[in-house]
Design a protein around this ligand. Structure first.
Ligand SMILES: [Zn+2]
Length: 302
């Protein structure tokens, strides 16, 4: 149950996914539109989507308590400003106030991975301490305790993709070398397996099955890096569940059983790591689950 009906948007580089929730926390409308890059495009498409979701639910926009938005980039939750969301053409935009002026109800902006971590807990019916590991173009995590996120003082909590694990590794856009994200992410897959093209996740399993040695190596790196990220989360917040989300989760069983096998190997060598129970606590966010939009909607009051 949530206190009021609300709308959630997950704004990404290629699409904006929107949902409307009723007070039972059930989805009453769901729509996806293409992202139009640039401030005017993002604001226009978002405002139109909000109106369409209300209409599809048989309601007015004013019937909703607010709109929650999950978006990549640096988000200042107090001012509703998003910075450095370059893959949608935004260097700095007062997204919260600007969209609120267009739709006439309050708008709260959140980091997309934090929003997804809140949504995952809701969708999967989890409680207690939960870690959410997003394996997408980048690698980042969100942590929640009884459904409430740990954001940190400036919103950087969970940015474990920039934990350098190999000082001799590749340069990362963040300015460091050998970050976890340069090993285990969609962008790392592209670098390790250039033959996979723009969307290597879509053809990786097939290529490995067909005997492509580079694809196999790239998948092994991904699995080891994701297991490493899981161990970092285990040691940081000691979660009762670790949920794998993000586009790469659609690699399915080869990825998930690979991560489990790596975690079991480390557990077999260390009673300390074994006590974290990570292999058994690993879950996967269900496919086609609009977790970030749901989480953003749930978090509008907080
Ligand atoms: Zn980095």
């Amino acid at each position: 149950m949530i206190s009021s009906p609300r709308i959630g948007l997950d704004i990404g580089g290629t699409k904006i996914e929107g949902i409307a929730l009723d007070t039972a926390g059930e989805i009453t409308a769901r729509r996806v539109v293409a992202t139009v890059p640039g401030p005017a495009g993002v604001l226009g498409a978002s405002a139109e989507l909000v109106r369409a979701l209300a209409a599809e639910s048989g309601a007015q926009v004013a019937d909703y308590a607010g709109v929650g938005i999950g978006i990549p980039g640096q988000v200042d939750r107090d001012s509703g400003t998003v910075r450095n969301a370059y893959n949608m053409g935004l260097s700095s935009l007062a997204l919260g106030p600007e969209l609120s002026a267009r739709v006439g109800i309050p708008v709260r902006v959140d980091n997309d991975v934090t929003a997804a971590s809140i949504g995952a807990v809701h969708v999967m019916g989890l409680d207690g301490t939960v870690a959410y590991l997003n394996l997408g173009t980048g690698l980042a995590a969100g942590m929640t305790v009884d459904g409430l996120p740990i954001r940190g003082t400036d919103g950087f909590a969970g940015e474990i993709g920039h934990l350098p694990i190999d000082p001799r590794g590749r340069a990362c856009p963040c300015g460091q070398f050998g970050c976890l994200e340069t090993v285990a992410s969609g962008s790392a897959l592209k670098a390790h397996w250039p033959a996979g093209g723009e969307h290597p996740g879509r053809t990786l399993n097939e290529a490995v099955a067909a005997g492509d040695a580079d694809a196999k190596l790239a998948r092994d790196y991904l699995i080891e890096g994701a297991a490493n990220a899981t161990r970092v989360l285990g040691l940081t917040v000691n979660p009762g569940a670790v949920v794998i989300g993000g586009g790469l989760r659609l690699l399915g069983d080869p990825l998930v059983s690979g991560i489990r096998a790596q975690l079991r190997e480390w557990a077999a060598a260390s009673e300390f790591i074994a006590a974290l129970g990570l292999a058994d606590r690993l879950r996967v966010l269900p496919a086609d689950s609009p977790a970030a939009a749901i989480g953003a909607a749930i978090a509008i009051n907080e």
